[in-house]
Design a protein around this ligand. Structure first.
Ligand SMILES: *Cc1c(COP(=O)(O)O)cnc(C)c1O
Length: 369
């Protein structure tokens, strides 16, 4: 546009973003590029095609897209409630569990309130907290790449409204044990909502993480956050949910953007709950690949913490990170790199995983030995 097309007066003020928005850390999406032989291992998606029953449900529902969806998602909430042994009043759904988490933070935090989470953890956490005008409080991970729950409990102040626990943690894959969370819940004030983000719970070995439903039943300030995006393979449809005390869940439903979970997403999620066995078989295959990769990487000389997610975490200083990113980029293998911290690689099909193993082997020889 040339200056003479501008119709504002010279020097007139223009719209500005709120400070909280202007200062936001940008959300960095997984790298993706069109082209041959790209391995998409940057976003922890399922590499499987959608479950056939879910794809069929979406096709059938496509004929109703001139209509708004059920804004209360009654059928999905009832099915989830039956699945989890709670009431539909205790379930809130949203556009991905990130959408639900935004409802949680905007529903509970006033400007200046504090939200405590581990760092490094899920990149969306600081963004959602700052967007709400609340203050992110990051507690560094411990030496074993896990949550420092003592440090998190010690960081509680009068302004703390929400604490986020991510198990298994994205990006490190380290779970938080049931007993440690229970000890933590006894130590923190009961008016703080403790959100247990279990986006990868299906990939975790039984007993490695918490029995979160048992914790929820005993501690009404617990909120469980889950998603259909990962093991269920519905990342592109955007549907996740929270289980929380009825008044909190009701509040989350009220803060939701109306109709944010489409009818297609609702139908696909309902159908997916019936396809648990198929999902389990896929998850078992990913777990097996995860174990195979971890074993080979250890043999190559890499030091890894056991991951309970569908991804592996390579701790790397800046120089190693930069070299790995270059090598992966050149090979068309898309992974997620975190400045100063390391690289996260999604476990996928055996052929893609083999590419990762070969790339890392070349680097193990030059960086570790
Ligand atoms: C992927 C992920 C989610 C899920 O995001 P959706 O919005 O449900 O797609 C939530 N939490 C963590 C830690 C994740 O890694």
């Amino acid at each position: 546009m040339t200056p003479d097309q501008l119709l504002t007066r010279p020097g007139a003020a223009l719209p500005t973003l709120r400070g909280a928005v202007a200062g936001l850390p940008p959300y960095v999406p997984g790298r993706r590029s069109a082209g041959m032989d790209i391995a998409a291992l940057a976003s922890n998606e399922s590499h499987y095609e959608p479950l056939p029953a879910a794809a069929a449900a979406v096709s059938a529902a496509a004929g109703t897209m001139n209509r708004y969806p059920d804004s209360a998602a009654v059928e999905l909430r009832e099915r989830l409630a039956g699945h989890l042994g709670v009431t539909a009043e205790e379930v809130a759904v949203g556009p991905g569990s990130v959408g639900v988490l935004q409802q949680i933070i905007t529903g509970l935090c006033d400007a200046g309130d504090e939200v405590i989470f581990a760092w490094r953890s899920f990149e969306a956490y600081p963004i959602l907290v700052e967007l709400a005008g609340a203050r992110p409080v990051r507690i560094p991970l411990d030496d074993a790449e896990g949550h420092d729950l003592e440090g998190m409990a010690a960081a509680v102040t009068d302004r703390t409204k929400v604490i986020l626990l991510c198990t298994p943690n994205n990006p490190t894959g380290v779970p938080i044990s049931h007993d440690r969370i229970e000890t933590f819940l006894r130590a923190v004030r009961s008016d703080i909502l403790v959100v247990i983000d279990e986006a990868y719970v299906e990939y975790a070995e039984a007993g490695s993480g918490p029995d979160s439903m048992a914790l929820y039943r005993r501690y009404p300030n617990v909120c469980i956050l889950r998603t259909f995006s990962k093991a269920y393979g519905l990342a592109g449809l955007r549907v996740g949910y929270a289980v929380a005390a009825p008044d909190i869940a009701e509040g989350l439903r009220r803060t939701a953007v109306p109709f944010s979970v489409s009818a297609l997403a609702q139908k696909a999620a309902i159908t997916s709950l019936d396809a648990g066995e198929e999902m389990e078989a896929r998850v078992a295959a990913v777990r097996q690949e995860r174990a195979r990769m971890a074993e080979q990487l250890e043999a190559q000389g890499w030091k890894l913490q056991p991951s309970q997610g569908n991804f592996l975490w390579i701790r790397a200083d800046e120089s190693l990170r930069a070299r790995l990113v270059d090598a992966f980029d050149a090979a068309g293998v898309m992974v997620r790199a975190y400045q100063g911290d390391g690289v996260r690689i999604t476990v996928a099909d055996p052929a893609s995983n083999d590419r990762v193993l070969r790339l890392l082997e070349a680097h193990a020889a030059s960086t570790i030995a």
